[in-house]
Each structure stands twice: as structure tokens, then as C-alpha cells.
Design a protein around this ligand. Structure first.
Ligand code: ADP
Ligand code: MG
Length: 259
């Protein structure tokens, strides 16, 4: 078996990608799964949200560009059991341009991540993507087996999702990402008291009945506070509604990926 690689992506910023990556990872480790989280966003929110420093040279950046590269030395233990991290740093911002100049620019990440997955030391590898469909996100999609799309419950949600789904289709059809499937859509910042949240959820469910995860992630102040303490929600406030929602997401995720 090789470790499944899941990219968490959406071209919009602020929709809950990083919150979902960090808290799904932590919830999986609570269920005794081991996870490698790769922070691919130059903003390094997942890195700092797990209490790790942004250290120059610590990210995947040079491995993406080197001819002979290994990610082994980039993998850090987090302060949480069974959760390892490849952190991000500002240099990754320049990676878009530098990677674009390489011949196999869509597959730079796959080239270095595939050997890690092949060792099968983790149950899952999760990639937190930047808020664009640029070269870094495309590298994540071409390295991944599955795409998990966090969707904020707001108007134009369907339009937004069609943009990323078109890209997935193109990468698939061109042979650049032959094994990529949309493994799930998770509704975030759900407010059950508003019609809007209900309507958006119903609409996504109508169009993507197989992909949508049954439990939306509620809007929760505790979820927004946790990163400033460098903690996943399970460590910051294990009994809040946000923690319960991410635990449920991990359960549903594991039903889709029997490991
Ligand atoms: N369910 C939620 N309830 C309240 N705030 C949230 C929730 N999910 C994310 N946030 C907050 O919203 C902001 C954007 O979330 P983030 O996960 O960083 O999005 P992205 O990675 O897509 O840019 C952050 O400040 C985060 O703490
Ligand atoms: Mg983010």
C-alpha cells in the first residue's frame, strides 16, 4: 500500500482550508491514524496554527527545484502524537515562478512526495494549499489521490466550485493528474440559524450528493481562536461544537478511506 495523498484546496481564501487541514489531521491522529501534514501555502498558517516556527529553508521549496531531492530531512515532529509536518515559509512565494521554469513543472511535488507515500509510514498525507489555482496548487493536485474542497456557506458557492472542478477535469484529461478524484466537499462556517447556510448546503447536496460530507462545520469562535494559541481545536477546546464537527468529519473521512 502507498499512503493516500489528499489535497485540501479551493481557490478562494478564507474558506476554511487551513482550519480543515489542521483539525482533520488532529482528529485523525486522535483516532490513532498517523498523518503527515504538508503546508504548501507561503502564508504558513497551518505551520503557525500548530505552534511551529517559520524557519527559512524548512519548507518543500528547495526540494521542488533540486534535481535529486528528498523530503526526509524536511519532516518535523509536531508536539502532537502521530502528527508530522513539513512546514511552510515565505520563500515558497517565489516557488511559483521558479517551479514554472522547470520542464516538468506540474509534477515537482509528486516527484518528491511519491517516495514518502511509497514507504507507507503514514496513514494519510494532507496538503494545505494556497488560496489560488496557481502552480503550487496544481502541483498538489497532480501529487494527490484525492481533493477535499472546503466550501464556505455563501452565495456563488456553486460558481466557485465549478472553477476548481474544471481544473481537476483538465488535469485529469491531459494525463497530468490521472488518479485524482474529488474525495469530498465539506461545508464550513455553517450557521444553521440562517436560511442562506441551509440553502447553500441543500444546493451543493443536490449537485454533489456523493461528495458532500454529511456534517457541516459550524461557525465557531473557538475554531477561529485556536490557531493563535498554536493548537488544533481538539487541544484548545476539545468539547466545543467545532471540535465535535471535526471529529465527525474524521469519522466520515475514514469511512471513505478504509485504512
Ligand atoms: N468554522 C469556523 N468558524 C469560525 N471561524 C472560522 C471557521 N473556520 C475558519 N475560521 C476562521 O476563518 C479564517 C479563514 O480560515 P482559514 O482556515 O485560514 O481559511 P483558508 O485556509 O481557506 O484561507 C481564519 O481566521 C479562521 O480561524
Ligand atoms: Mg489557508
Amino acid at each position: 500500500m502507498t499512503t493516500p495523498i489528499i489535497a485540501i484546496a479551493n481557490q478562494k481564501g478564507g474558506v476554511g482550508k487551513t482550519t480543515t487541514t489542521v483539525n482533520l489531521a488532529a482528529s485523525l491522529t486522535e483516532r490513532r491514524k498517523s498523518v503527515l501534514l504538508v503546508d504548501l501555502d507561503p502564508q504558513a498558517n497551518a505551520t503557525s496554527g500548530l505552534g511551529l516556527p517559520k524557519t527559512p529553508g524548512a519548507s518543500v521549496y528547495d526540494a521542488l527545484l533540486a534535481e535529486e531531492a528528498s523530503l526526509d530531512a524536511k519532516i518535523l515532529e509536531s508536539q502532537f502524537l502521530r502528527l508530522d509536518v513539513i512546514p511552510s515559509e515565505l520563500d515558497l512565494a517565489g516557488a511559483e515562478i521558479d517551479v514554472a521554469k522547470t520542464p516538468d513543472y506540474l509534477h515537482r511535488l509528486r516527484r518528491v512526495l511519491a517516495p514518502v507515500a511509497a514507504k507507507d509510514t503514514y496513514d494519510f498525507i494532507l496538503i494545505d494549499c494556497p488560496p489560488s489555482l496557481g502552480i503550487l496548487t496544481m502541483n498538489a493536485l497532480c501529487a494527490a489521490d484525492g481533493l477535499l474542497i472546503p466550501m464556505q456557506c455563501e452565495y456563488f458557492a456553486l460558481e466557485g466550485i465549478s472553477v476548481i472542478l474544471n481544473l481537476v477535469q483538465k488535469l485529469h484529461d491531459s494525463g497530468a493528474a490521472p488518479k485524482l478524484v474529488v474525495e469530498g466537499i465539506v461545508m464550513t462556517m455553517f450557521d444553521g440559524r440562517t436560511n442562506l447556510s441551509q440553502q447553500v448546503q441543500a444546493e451543493i447536496k443536490k449537485h454533489f450528493p456523493e461528495q458532500i460530507y454529511p456534517t457541516p462545520i459550524p461557525r465557531s469562535v473557538r475554531l477561529a481562536e485556536a490557531p493563535s494559541h498554536g493548537l488544533p481545536i481538539l487541544a484548545y477546546d476539545p468539547n466545543c461544537t467545532g471540535a465535535a464537527a471535526y471529529r465527525q468529519l474524521a469519522r466520515d473521512f475514514l469511512k471513505r478511506h478504509r485504512r
